[in-house]
Design a binder for this molecule. Structure first.
Ligand code: NCD
Length: 327
């Protein structure tokens, strides 16, 4: 639902499980039988390409059946409510519902209103949270930076409308990293002073102290006014171009959750540079989402054993299921 609720142990369990899964996914046959017979519904009320596809690939690699349900072309566009949609999916027997919605709190409502008994995974709710994005970002950072203690992560751009920024701030603080948000004052939310991070309006001052820099898209679709004078001025002060990138420490990485607007928050040169791990983030997203679905649906509490020949065996899932049923 939210990285703010995730303990350090749970976060590390998800990252470790994803690491094991990534290792298995490097094999020629990528599919694992773990979630055979389970149904995962992708319930997307907002446009999305990478997140929906990523969850779909993740569920399929675990052998679950996947139903893609998008609001466009569905009864939702005829006025059906979230409740009716949930009841319909429940009647069809979904084990997990992955939901994206433009309203903050939609995933929480779906999970707690008693409309469905299936697991609910938040794939982005309004401007609130996008927990699996933060988890895949953390996974990518851990691989490159070796850990989180004392690492400095800078998140730049439209923090006001960004569920990615919120989820990252909470998760990275829990994991021990130091986060600095950089944005014009108009693109910072009220109350940001209470978040577990630092805030700056000056990107040039923060760049040389960043082990990872994450650029955010300016979310025009959520804006109804002028938040900055011109696109050109925004890029000049808050965009990452080759000149700014050159002032990053040697091993620092450049990240972006996508979709990127090249020329706005990030130059094409930076996006395609050696320091950019943006494509890796997408690949890691599949492993992380597999880990989340696996941990939720198989009921397992432990990471997949590194030396096990059949780490995601049917027997293990069955045992976990019995354990879950007993609980
Ligand atoms: C983000 C989102 O939808 O919150 N994208 C994503 O999921 N990868 C960020 C954005 O839309 O800019």
């Amino acid at each position: 639902m939210s990285t703010a609720d995730l303990t350090r142990d749970d976060a590390v369990l998800i990252l470790d499980t994803a690491e094991e899964i990534a290792r298995l996914s490097a094999r020629p046959i990528k599919k694992l039988p773990t979630l055979r017979g389970r149904t995962v519904v992708n319930l997307f009320f907002e446009d999305s390409t990478r997140t929906r596809t990523s969850f779909e690939v993740a569920a399929k690699r675990l052998s679950a059946d996947v139903i893609n349900f998008s609001a466009k072309g569905s009864s939702v566009s005829k006025g059906e409510s979230l409740k009716d949609t949930a009841l319909t999916l429940e009647a069809m027997g979904a084990d997990a519902v992955v939901v994206r919605h433009s309203a903050s709190g939609a995933a929480y409502r779906l999970a707690t209103a008693g409309w469905t008994s299936s697991h609910v995974v938040n794939a982005g709710d309004g401007t609130h949270e996008h927990p699996t994005q933060a988890l895949l970002d953390a996974f990518t950072m851990r691989r490159h930076l070796g850990g989180f203690d004392g690492r400095r992560v800078t998140v730049v751009g439209d923090v006001l409308h960004s569920r990615v920024a919120r989820s990252n701030v909470h998760l990275l603080a829990t994991l021990g990293a130091r986060v600095t948000l950089v944005a014009p004052p108009t693109l910072l939310p009220v109350g940001v002073g209470n978040w577990p991070c630092e805030v700056s309006y000056d990107l040039d001052a923060v760049v040389p102290d960043s082990d990872a820099i994450m650029m955010l898209r300016v979310q025009r679709e959520r804006m109804n006014g002028g938040f900055f004078p011109t696109q050109r001025e925004y890029s000049r002060r808050y965009g990452l171009d080759a000149q700014r990138m050159a002032r990053l420490p040697d091993k620092a990485i450049v990240m972006h959750p996508g979709p990127m607007v090249r020329g706005m928050e990030i130059s094409a040169e930076v996006a395609d540079s050696d320091r950019s791990v943006i494509v890796e983030q997408v690949a890691n997203g599949v492993s992380v989402r597999m880990a989340v679905l696996y941990l939720l649906l198989s009921g397992s509490e432990s990471a997949i054993g590194p030396d096990s020949a059949e780490p995601l065996s049917a027997e293990k899932s069955k045992k976990a299921e019995q354990k879950g049923a007993a609980a």
